[in-house]
Structure formats: C-alpha cells, structure tokens
Design a protein around this ligand. Structure first.
Ligand code: 13P
Ligand code: SF4
Length: 304
C-alpha cells in the first residue's frame, strides 16, 4: 500500500544511511507494516532487536514494546516514533500496587505479562507472553502466583493451570473488552464453517465460546496450518491486513465490528520519518531497572 511514495523513499534512504532497522507490531497501520523490516508480536519485536547487528532500532508500536527491546538490547539506541503511544492495559498497575501484592502474598511469585512497564517487569519474578502464560505458570517452582495485569489472560491461566493458586489483577484491554458474546454468536451463524480465533485479552465468555485462543503471531501460524478457508478474528483490526497479505486465498472477518487500538495507530509515516531523521524519542531506562527486568524476561525461557 504505497500511499505516499516520496515519504516512503525518504524513510528508506534515511534507514540505509543510518543503518537503522524498522520493527512494527502486527497492529500497526498497513503503510507502517509495509515499510518495516520485520512485523511481529510484542516479544518477537524485542527478540529481533536483540538478534540483529543494527545499532539504531525504530519500534513502531507502543511504549512497553520499545522498553522491552531496550531491556534486551541496552547498548542499542531504541526509538519510539510516537512517544505518547502507551498501553492503557499496562498502565492499570503501578509499582506501589505490586509492592502491596508482594506484601500480602509473600510466598507467591509475581508473573507479569509482557504488556507492563519496565518498572513493573523489574519487580516481577518472571515475565510471560500471551502465547506462553499457561506454560510459564505451570512450570514455575511455586504453587501460588500473582498474575498481572490482565484479568482475562489471568482467568485463562487459572482455567488451564489446575492445582495452583492464581491471584489476578483487575486490569483489562479496552480494545479486546469490546468483543461481545452476541457478536460471536452472530458470526457463528453467518459463517458456520469459519474458525473463530481470539486473543486471550478478550472476556472469558469469548474465550470459552471460541475455537482457538491465540497471541497475534499464534493466529498467523494457525491460519497457515488450518485447512479452513474462513476465519473470524477476535483481536485488533490491524492484524487482518497481515493475515490477508500472507494468505490471499483465505477470507478474514472481524468478530463483530472492527476494534481499533488508537494507541497503536499513533505511528504514522510522518512520525516515523521525523523520528528517524532527527533521531528523537529515544527510550532511556535506569540501569538498575534494566538489570532486574532482564532477569525476569530471560528467566521466562527457563519455564517454556
Ligand atoms: P501480542 O503480543 O499477542 O502481539 O499482543 C500484544 C497486544 O498488545 C495485544 O493487545
Ligand atoms: Fe494495549 Fe490493548 Fe492496545 Fe494491545 S490493543 S496495545 S493491550 S491497549
């Protein structure tokens, strides 16, 4: 989708000259997805920024994603083109809240979803993603966990990890919270042969009534391996662009009306161009926070 050829060639020129790499989350607008070197889910972006040699990395997404990239690659310069693009779900919990929970449940491990600030990761025992949360909680060496901050993913973990006590926080994503059971029932009726894929941030009644509960990249993988030709997608609408692009022979419909994360849509080609040109909106984190958050993030791989 080349909507503005001049700005696109300017970005590509700057990228070459500066040896920068552009990463974009699966929810970004089509023009950003098309210009990026890599498009993926939140953890894939951080892992890619660590794996590559480029010293300058532009993360087109929201703040916790750029922070996670910085935690895993502290020596690199990480830019977030839309500096005010936060994640309201990540913002539902503060460091003070985590400290109170730790005090209340001293024998529990704090398992934090990657959608958290660097400060919260630094206070956690281990991190997890939407695709490995169940496995991480099953495998950590404790029978009691404090799962933060998403209550729906927390409910999914509780349902799938029997025999452990899972204390959840009341956070939720305002985008995924909008999917309703009524919409799901209507979609089933309209497309009886379609598979319904939903993100674990959706409400529990949606998770229960769907065919598969998957992260954004999990949905991309499922569509490739499935013999179905129609899919109902219960996540932010930006993913449908990538699903369609990678699977031209298949059909994709949003579960009910399309749901948009306005935070994710703050990154435009213009913001990307300006951030790259002026090398602004760099992520800077305290060294102690990086050290502790790295421990929680790297520990995750021991339990998957
Ligand atoms: P993924 O890690 O599955 O891409 O999800 C990120 C996110 O923000 C979901 O709303
Ligand atoms: Fe945060 Fe929800 Fe937007 Fe994902 S879709 S970035 S969880 S607000």
């Amino acid at each position: 989708m080349n909507s503005n050829p001049k700005i696109i060639s300017d970005i590509l020129d700057l990228k070459r000259k500066k040896g920068a790499l552009i990463l974009a989350h699966n929810y970004q607008i089509p023009q950003i997805q098309d210009i990026a070197d890599f498009v993926g889910d939140s953890l894939e972006l951080a892992k890619t920024s660590k794996a590559i040699d480029n010293e300058l990395v532009i993360v087109c997404g929201v703040k916790f994603m750029a922070e996670t990239a910085k935690i895993l690659s502290p020596q690199k310069r990480i830019l977030l083109p839309a500096p005010l693009a936060g994640c309201p779900l990540a913002d539902t919990i503060t460091a003070g809240d985590v400290l109170s929970l730790k005090k209340k449940y001293p024998d529990a491990w704090v398992v934090s979803y990657v959608n958290t600030s660097a400060e919260i990761k630094a206070l956690s025992d281990v991190c997890c993603t939407s695709s490995n949360a169940v496995t991480v909680v099953k495998n950590v060496p404790t029978d009691k966990v404090i799962f933060i901050p998403d209550k729906n993913l927390g409910w999914w973990v509780k349902k799938n990890v029997l025999g452990k006590s899972v204390i959840t926080w009341d956070g939720f994503c305002y985008v995924h919270e909008q999917f309703s059971l009524n919409e799901l029932k209507k979609s089933r009726k309209t497309f009886p042969d379609a598979e319904i894929l939903v993100h674990p941030e959706c409400k529990k009644e949606i998770l229960e009534a769907s065919d598969h509960v998957l992260s954004t990249s999990g949905m991309l993988r499922r569509v490739k391996e499935s013999t179905a030709t129609k899919f109902i997608i219960g996540t932010e609408e930006g993913l449908i662009y990538k699903l369609q692009k990678e699977n031209p022979g298949k059909e994709f419909y949003s579960l009910g009306c399309a749901k948009t994360c306005v935070n994710m849509k703050q990154t435009t080609l213009n913001e990307l161009y300006l951030s790259l040109k002026n090398e602004v909106h760099e992520i800077n984190l305290d060294a102690k926070i990086i050290e502790k958050a790295t421990f929680a993030l790297e520990r995750m791989v021991q339990y998957v």
